[in-house]
Design a protein around this ligand. Structure first.
Ligand code: F6P
Length: 341
């Protein structure tokens, strides 16, 4: 068989582990030919690809980023291509395509599958917000980076009696904030799923200072926002999910806390550092299992599906189901953290 693989959307630690695993299973396991499209769907549409053999993927397991390159999706170009998938398949002579990506990529993959291309998707995102799977690879790495940052920030916060506001990624879902906040022992966590009350955050900080714990760390997801009427803030744009999109919440929250408390509050925006660098062992294993199962699905002819983790098993889930809605943090998970405001 001739199998194409591509990585699209924002990068994520573990992408190279999937690519390597696809090549190992397909080439060494089944005697297939694997080609890698460059820069996501752009490479597919422009016919830019190269052959991936065992040597091409040697030494990439622990590397962050993607050796294939990635790009954001140009939906209109892809839609046009869907009008004549037969020509696309003929030109590329593909028996199957394995796109690795997040919500946008999986939606595009579902579109290609509906248009008749033999597609098996692999979900990725550090945000862990794809509903059809219990976990996405990259999430564990991002949580580890944010946790380490909070461990480090606590010691400097304590030395200077400061409040640290750590902004982590998560535009629509607060999984990284929740889990890194819990692991890093944050004293406050703010999530996109529950508008926070700055009055309660201030009370928490005051109460800590009163009992001689003269510092605090607050972990805030980039998509978190204050409850109506509790803090002045500029309204964000409405995104494709009908959620309001905010920018700069970490900075704004630190400024406002400093003003209300009369104590120093420092914003720390972790940004893309959460997405870069080497994946954790957990992410490498999950990514490797996804790659292996994607190739097996291709050989079974299980198209229009993506790999997914259910409990400890890898199963297949319809691409359409995967992209229907985002997986957001439920209330009971917030309760367990005790410090979600
Ligand atoms: O979806 C993954 C993600 O890392 C989000 O958490 C973040 O908001 C976004 O990507 C950032 O994307 P970009 O690389 O385009 O800045």
């Amino acid at each position: 068989m001739r199998i194409g693989v591509l990585t699209a959307g924002g990068d994520c630690p573990g992408l190279n582990a999937v690519i390597r695993s696809v090549v190992h299973r397909a080439v060494a396991g089944h005697g297939d030919e694997v080609i890698g499209f460059e820069d996501g769907f752009k490479g597919l549409l422009e016919g830019r690809y190269h052959k991936l053999d065992l040597n091409a993927v040697s030494g990439i397991l622990a590397r962050g980023g993607t050796v294939l390159g990635s790009s954001r999706l140009e939906r209109d170009r892809l839609r046009e291509a869907c009008e004549d998938t037969e020509e696309l398949s003929r030109e590329l002579a593909l028996d199957a395509l394995i796109p690795i990506g997040g919500e946008g990529t999986l939606t595009a993959s579902a579109m290609l599958a509906d248009a008749g291309l033999p597609v098996v998707g692999v979900p990725k995102t550090i945000d862990n917000d794809i509903s059809a799977t219990d976990r996405t690879f990259g999430f564990d790495t991002a949580v580890g980076v944010a946790t380490e940052a909070m461990d480090r920030l606590k010691t400097t916060a304590e030395s200077h009696q400061r409040v640290m506001v750590v902004e982590v990624m998560g535009r629509h879902a607060g999984w990284i904030a929740l889990e890194s906040g819990m692991a890093g022992g944050a004293h406050g966590i703010c999530l996109p799923e529950r508008p926070f009350d700055i009055g309660n955050l201030c009370k928490m900080v005051e109460e800590r200072f009163d009992r001689q714990k003269k510092f605090a760390v607050i972990c805030v997801a980039e998509g978190a926002h204050p409850a109506e009427g509790t803090m002045e803030y500029q309204k964000g744009e409405i995104d494709q999910y009908g959620h309001e999109r905010f920018t700069g919440i970490g900075n704004r929250l630190a400024v406002e806390l400093e003003r209300r408390l009369g104590k120093e509050a420092k914003p720390v925006i972790l940004g893309h550092v959460q997405r870069g660098g080497t994946p954790t062992a957990y992410d490498r294993v999950l990514a490797t299992r996804y790659g292996w199962h994607a190739v097996e699905a291709v050989h079974r002819g299980d198209f229009g599906q993506m790999t997914a983790l259910r409990g400890t098993d890898i199963v297949m889930a319809p691409l359409a189901q995967a992209t229907r809605e985002l997986k957001r943090v439920p209330e009971d998970r917030m309760d367990e953290a005790e410090v979600v405001f």
